[in-house]
Design a protein around this ligand. Sequence first.
Ligand SMILES: Cc1cc2nc3c(=O)[nH]c(=O)nc-3n(C[C@H](O)[C@H](O)[C@H](O)COP(=O)(O)OP(=O)(O)OC[C@H]3O[C@@H](n4cnc5c(N)ncnc54)[C@H](O)[C@@H]3O)c2cc1C
Length: 303
Amino acid sequence: MFNKFIAAILPYFPKKFIWIFSRSYISGETIDDAMRVSKDLNSKNIKVTLDVLGEFIKTLDEAESNKKEYLNLIDISYKNHIDGNFSLKPTSFGLLLDKEICHKHIREIVAKTATYNGFIRIDMEDSPCTDDEIVLFRKLKSEFPANVGLVVQAYLRRTLKDLEQMMDLNSLTIPVNYRLCKGIYVEPESIAFKKYEEINRHYLEDLEFMFRNKIRVGIATHDKPLVEGAYNLIRKYNVPKDMYEFQMLYGVTPRLCENIVNEGHTMRVYVPFGKQWFGYSTRRLKENPKMASHIIKAIFYKG
Ligand SMILES: Cc1cc2nc3c(=O)[nH]c(=O)nc-3n(C[C@H](O)[C@H](O)[C@H](O)COP(=O)(O)OP(=O)(O)OC[C@H]3O[C@@H](n4cnc5c(N)ncnc54)[C@H](O)[C@@H]3O)c2cc1C
């Protein structure tokens, strides 16, 4: 209760205060910060996916400037020889304002990445965006088959059906590439599983569907039982190393991350950075209110 209460009121605290918590989840405000953290992770045999923070914009000018920021990030990241790819949120490029413009911006980013043989992951946002993000992915995938992938959320009741319907995109030469996560947004029970056990069961069903159908997957979770479940499925289907990787968020469960790397699996860490760290941080807090008491401790017991 206490943790939940603190998590609910923290967003109203001064930004400086929230930063004390946020700095362990966010690489910093600038590209230099993102490069420094990425190089450090790379040196530990961990790949990255870089994300410029920001979503749900209000004007198309913001979409344009977000696109420029990504184009710049891509060049700088390759100049720095970062072992990584990029993740983006379509609402940052105007998905909810103008779908055509959003497609145009993201297309430009994917095209730029393709010149480096790179890869863009389209993050999945809340349920009003699901259909549009699948349509966007379909369009981009047909033009850039090897350079774009999508996220799917195991908590959505529709996901297995979506996976079946997108099977036409899969091929042995260029498998479709998903990130499978539980899903982070608050959704109604009519469309989303709510119970931990239900979500986990559905997660492993989705993952098994992917392995059975030779789909490439980023197994994005910090949940130990799911990691164990994934290990079992990898063994059961004898999945080659180039067909899966584990993925985690920067700063979350670093010990489990290290164990997975030590077991010889590929690991990729999601490295967010940017000036808009405040919204990202408060969402993380709501997701895991237990963190609130850690922050309070860090603040009051510092030193
Ligand atoms: C690489 C990556 C990309 C993602 N992309 C998306 C996306 O595009 N769309 C989307 O909806 N969601 C995305 N998510 C978030 C995801 O949907 C989950 O909300 C989040 O990963 C928590 O689920 P979990 O599988 O770790 O399991 P949980 O059961 O939530 O967590 C398992 C354990 O991990 C630890 N933990 C989990 N989260 C935190 C945290 N924030 N702080 C501290 N400890 C924590 C706790 O110890 C917890 O007990 C992404 C997650 C990852 C790892």
